[in-house]
Design a protein around this ligand. Sequence first.
Ligand code: SAM
Ligand code: FES
Length: 339
Amino acid sequence: LLQKQMLDKVEFVTLLNSFTKEISQYLYEVAREVSKKHFGNKIYSRGLIEFTNYCKNDCYYCGIRRSNSKVERYRLNYEDIMNCCRNGYALGFRTFVLQGGEDLNYTDEDIVNIVSSIKKLYPDCAVTLSIGEKSYESYLKYFQNGADRYLLRHETSNEFHYGKLHPKELTISNRKRCLLDLKKIGYQVGTGIMVGSPYQTVENIVEDLLFMKELNPQMIGIGPYIPHHDTPFSDEKTGSLDLTLFLIGILRLMFPNALIPATTSLGTVDPNGREKGILAGANVVMPNLSPVNVRKKYELYDNKICTGEEAAECKECLSNRMKKIGYEIVVDRGDFVQK
Ligand code: SAM
Ligand code: FES
């Protein structure tokens, strides 16, 4: 792995089934070296705007699935979103991530209008969309109007496992079609999985690693699966912190210059989860920029962190945490750079 940046299926399965504390420590050291070589001690930040918790889908793991009638639903309008960006720009963010459930109340024209306004007001910023599965034409429209990046986790590349996590109308083939369309159009594309999602096997994870190698995404987001009490998976187990960190280390070796966030779910399963993620090879953090009064409503899983603080506090808190472990959050778009 250290030399080839890749293993075959059997080797990966063996490694994931048998890694020890010593092996992980060694992997993290090497992964950190690789990150240092490409990014120094710089950490990129993205301002996350969770603009709607309405969703037409019904993923079994997700707290904002349409069947969860207990969620208080909200939508941010154009002004709300622009306010978040104004705030965020002043705090030093140069990437805004617009994430939401699949909410057809926002038409393509609405999305285009929001993206192009952000780009006009803040020409030195990148806009990332994370609004789920759309047609090639829709993706193309957003891109032509200024969207730079797109996050769409594949969740699992195994068809059988995909079917365990999603109702029939959602298919892995459409998910993959979306990812290929996004790449073809020219987006910087992010994908990833939940570690320890129900029914996931070690073989599934290895298939995901091989799938990602083939797709070659610019961004990779992984975090532990965490149950939400009002979903069909409420009694399932939380994913493993150690396995998530180990996979971050492996991904750093496989994708030396990729943008890999230390995710909110990592920070939720361990109070120092995000620091541990950085020290295992991650190089991005995504503080919350959404208005405080909606944060608790974007509850994908139980006990999600950072739902009580102002954007400024969130940014400040993460900056301090990064400083304590020797890293610095920089004012930068943090684009993927081909080496
Ligand atoms: N609707 C868009 C999509 O599907 O890509 C973006 C929002 S979706 C809520 C963002 C991500 O949250 C999903 O890709 C999934 O991996 C993650 N997620 C959802 N429920 C989760 C849970 N219970 N634990 C951990 N992560 C979860
Ligand atoms: Fe909204 Fe899965 S529940 S995309």
